[in-house]
Design a protein. Sequence first.
Length: 283
Amino acid sequence: MNPQPPAPTCYRHPDRVTGLACTRCGRPACPQCLQSAAVGQHCNDCVSQGRSDVRPVSTAPTRTTPYVTYALIAINVAIFAVTASQAHSITDNHFSRLFYDWMLVPPAVAQGEWFRVIGSGFLHYGPLHLLVNMFALYILGRDTEMVLGRARFVAVYAVSLLGGSAAVMWFATDAFTAGASGAIYGLFGAMTVILLRLRQSPVQMLVLIAVNILISVSLPGISLWGHLGGLLAGTLATAGILFLPEWLKAGSRDAVVRIGWGSMAAIGVLVLALIGGAAAVLA
């Protein structure tokens, strides 16, 4: 008859028998040495290691109020109010002069009206379009801003907006596009990268992205290419900030900052080059 194997004991308290274990490293641990995590429970050592792994990617102190997110929402609402006032209608605000001058029309951009690639990202077709986008911006923006810091958040948002415009310039040349959706899809991608960096499950975010893309495909009048372009640009920009310094084995805090901003600048230049290339083809 085989003897029973010894019961596992806590890795920090050998005198304590336990049936629990860290879901990250697998070591047995007592309840005192475990902390709840997004998936399962982590031992104190893994929690400390996870915090030290994430900390170097941020150069800004933690802030409690996402001022940039609130400012972007305020700007979008203010511009909607201007278009509604000009059109003398809340639901038909797209008949306003400002809307006509700012909506993304690729042939017009090719003729030199470059501001449309940015201005179109602050226009919305009616109050429902505005409400849906601002709700998404509030939910995604506040968390993304808290992790990346204000400056990086602004940069990711801008690159995502331009990425959406670039995709429209190449693949939807006959469209009349407006809305913050391209930038917001970029925040979807940014939040997915953040979850991966924090070693948390991105499944829920991926499902949400898939559902929104399905809606973009299914419903008429929605800019699928603008959404996909923003999603790709935002994902790449955030990966450059959070993962590229580690992949390149940055040895100092300054190197982490330089690599992160350098990758962001490279993606921004690439997006602008794509917009310029599309304009040249359409001219």
